[in-house]
Design a binder for this molecule. Structure first.
Ligand code: SF4
Length: 431
């Protein structure tokens, strides 16, 4: 049969879709982009906007695949199964549990057999799925962890993904070896909340230990980390990991707010003073590292004073970039029931202020690399003999080169424009 995969949301969803695509091929199916017999859409529910995007995607998929079986999995399907099942385009709903089984359920439905599986709670054990490179990408994703037990008051994820569960370290290393053997130059360790890696395992292994083992296992491969919970970055994290040149110097530390009273209402487990100490520590052990963050503006009850505290604090942090989200109430979360919900206008106006600052910070950070040389992993062709790829600091760089996809080249940066940095290739003889 012809299978098509459609992904919304985060790196974990992208990882799972590529893994399901691999499994579908290993079951003898063909992977297509349209006119499929089966479409599997991996949904997201992190904001109310995501829910609307899911439903628009259902319509689009049905239009492009009029006769296909359409199966919805992922976080939206997990938290709102009835709502998803009620969509006329959807034939089968599978939440975040037992991903691999979705293929068999689609095969049975294609044979005209009834779908007997019932909707279940998020799983309690980690479901290992094959790592790989999502379609059209170059960097491999490796999901090492799932679930979250932090229950930040604005977040729906713990309800969609369940409790923390980790891939066994031996399984992680085995998947890393397979990726190295496949010629991968960069592996992104991802998960829902990777900072809690190992909390559920009998072995005494945490995220720092795992990263050490992975960097040892693949010294010639770039290892990149997805989002980190700030408290993970303690002295041990910095001292033990700064010795690895193949650990990419980019850290995404979700701040969410720069006001202590808002952080308390969010149930985030650090203060701005502690966050400040953490990024000073990072910059000491990883000089010039790229520091990015997530920020929610317009959290319930956020006063003008609290917003000013946030603006002042993020200026002091001097991030390389910021992802800005106007607060989006998620039904079932504590914050959605809080008083002091702000108007969309106020949230939009505050988000625009932060985005303007983020643009300035990004320009300043990128300008610091003009005249320097950077190792760039080529990912996609922009036009003839011009390729774009990522530097260790996780921003895009364009270069004239005869190199191709998944090639590492050394680039002397000559300038910046709206799309990022650009430069000229440094001949191997000069590197
Ligand atoms: S750490 Fe907080 S924001 Fe992140 S997934 Fe867990 S509950 Fe959500």
């Amino acid at each position: 049969m012809k299978f098509a995969f459609y992904t919304l949301g985060c790196k974990v969803n992208r990882f799972e879709s590529q893994a399901l695509s691999q499994l579908a091929q290993s079951r003898g199916h063909e992977i297509v982009t349209q006119d499929a017999d089966v479409c599997i859409i991996n949904t997201c529910t992190v904001t109310s906007a995501s829910d609307h995007k899911n439903i628009r995607a259902f319509h689009k998929l049905r239009r492009e695949n009029p006769h296909a079986i359409i199966a919805a999995c992922g976080c939206f399907a997990q938290t709102d199964p009835e709502k998803v099942q009620a969509q006329p385009e959807i034939d089968l709903v599978c939440g975040t549990a037992d991903r691999a089984a979705i293929l068999e359920r689609c095969e049975r439905m294609a044979r005209g057999e009834a779908d007997t599986a019932s909707h279940s709670a998020p799983p309690t054990a980690f479901e290992p799925l094959p790592a790989g490179v999502p379609a059209g990408r170059t960097r491999a994703l490796l999901k090492i962890q799932d679930g979250c037990d932090n229950y930040c008051t604005y977040c729906i994820i713990p309800y969609a993904r369940g409790h923390v569960r980790s891939m066994h370290p031996d399984e992680v290393l085995s998947q890393v070896r397979q990726l190295v053997y496949a010629g991968i130059h960069e592996i992104v360790l991802t998960g829902i909340e990777i900072s809690s890696y190992g909390h559920d395992l009998r072995e005494d292994v945490d995220l720092v230990t795992l990263i050490e083992r992975v960097c040892h296992e693949a010294p010639c491969v770039r290892i990149r980390l997805s989002s980190l919970e700030p408290r993970t970055v303690d002295e041990a994290f910095c001292r033990r990991l700064s010795v690895f040149p193949n650990l990419m110097r980019h850290f995404h530390l979700s701040l969410q707010s720069g006001s202590d009273s808002v952080l308390q209402r969010m149930k985030r487990k650090y203060t701005t003073e502690q966050y400040g100490e953490i990024i000073t520590r990072l910059r000491t052990f990883f000089p010039r590292c790229s520091l990015t963050t997530d920020l929610i503006v317009g959290f319930p009850g956020e006063t003008e004073q609290e917003f000013c505290e946030t603006m002042a604090f993020i200026r002091r942090c001097d991030f390389a970039d910021m992802h800005v989200f106007p607060y989006s109430p998620r039904s079932g979360t504590v914050a959605a029931a809080m008083t002091g919900q702000l108007s969309p206008g106020v949230k939009a106006q505050r988000a625009e202020q932060v985005k303007t600052l983020a643009r300035t910070m990004r320009k300043n950070f990128l300008d610091g690399f003009i005249g320097e040389t950077l190792e760039v992993l080529l990912e996609h062709s922009v036009r003839e003999s011009v390729w774009s790829g990522h530097a260790p600091y996780d921003f895009p760089v364009r270069v004239h080169t005869q190199g191709g996809k998944n090639t590492l080249v050394t680039v002397r940066v000559t300038g910046r424009d709206a799309a990022g940095l650009f430069g000229e290739e440094v001949p191997i003889s000069e590197t």
